[in-house]
Ligand binder design. Sequence first.
Ligand code: MN
Length: 256
Amino acid sequence: MKKRDFLKTGSILALGALVAPLVSCGGEKDIKNDPPKTDDPQPNANTQVDPSFKLPELGYKFDALAPNIDAETVEIHYTKHHAGYVKKLNAALKGNAKFKTNDLAAIMAQVGKDDTAVRNNGGGHFNHSLYWDIMGAPKSDNQPTGDLAEALNKQFGSWDGFKEQFSKAAKTRFGSGWAWLSVNDKKELFISSTPNQDNPLMKNLVAENGQPILGIDVWEHAYYLNYQNMRGDYISGFFDLIQWDKVAASYKALVG
Ligand code: MN
């Protein structure tokens, strides 16, 4: 299994900028922007950060993705499932001696197979934040343009080639999980899928490590109310929801 050491310092910084609007954390401001004054008590290296990740704004109404994803599914998924991951992530980080950061990307890069609660709930928070952010009202003939379109053509042969391979990764993920379009450390696009709430940032756990720029949730809670067992129909509908301008901006931030 080849594990790519993608998240070097520079990449972590770039990633932080990329996901900062998505994965707000109340403690971050105090640490990064407000260095202590000389007459303030100096921070102790052993002091734990105060984990206070918050559910990000959805940015649209619950019915904005309809009919491709119905309002009730979005509401339950966002207010119950995603909110639950955030709450449990904060609980898992409180007093946790291993994760001395509230940078979610850095946590993803550090997480290992024994860190069950941080792995599942940190992944849950990261994954859903990306998922909500790259979706919007359905559009027909919804395709990327520019550099990202060219890169997709180069890597996957054509737009249809990309769509086919991404759909296959999403359809064939057994049980619960995600399919991803990511950028690796060679600045190449790749498609992968992960079980449960894992994602390509988890370099200790995945075969292909990279920065995800597009992801689809294929847990049944993401589609079952409307599509029941028809995961393929949900995936087809997802393609009309992708906000390619946002995906292209993430791509550009990573490859220059
Ligand atoms: Mn989900």
